[in-house]
Design a protein around this ligand. Structure first.
Ligand code: DCM
Length: 128
């Protein structure tokens, strides 16, 4: 039963964490998140993560480990997070986002993370 899982990536590069600002839907627009999205029926979570990063950011990425925990989202979804590293490409906001920011450790709390992402980011800090 995969249909209520959202996967997010704590994508690290050179010690910086990627944050993505949502452009839709209206109630989430302007909030920052770990990029990712819904796992499709029958899809492995790590495959969904790779697919979402390809679609949303135009990059190839590799999950490097599961961040312990899961966090509730609206409509019965739960957020699960993996650390990930860039394999190729430079992230661009192709879909769902209007801005990306690489955050150094001292900048991590400088953006307005979506509610579910706050504990997820806390859990992911220091894991790469
Ligand atoms: N979501 C979130 N934090 C993330 C990824 C997703 O809060 N890091 C939420 C936003 C939507 C739902 O999960 O309510 C589905 O996301 P999407 O629209 O990207 O598939």
């Amino acid at each position: 039963m995969n249909e209520r899982i959202v996967v997010g990536a704590a994508l690290y590069d050179g010690g910086r964490l990627l944050a993505a600002r949502r452009s839709a839907p209206p109630e989430l627009a302007g909030g920052w998140e770990l990029p990712g999205g819904k796992v499709e029926p029958g899809e492995r979570s790590e495959d969904a993560l790779v697919r979402e990063l390809r679609e949303e950011l135009g990059v190839e990425a590799e999950p490097t480990g599961r961040v312990p925990g899961e966090w509730p989202l609206p409509k019965g979804y739960v957020l699960r997070v993996w650390t990930a590293r860039l394999v190729s490409g430079e992230p661009r906001p192709l879909e769902d986002h209007d801005e990306l920011r690489w955050l150094t450790p001292d900048q991590v709390w400088s953006v307005d993370w979506l509610a579910a992402d706050v504990p997820a980011v806390e859990a992911a800090l220091g894991l790469p």
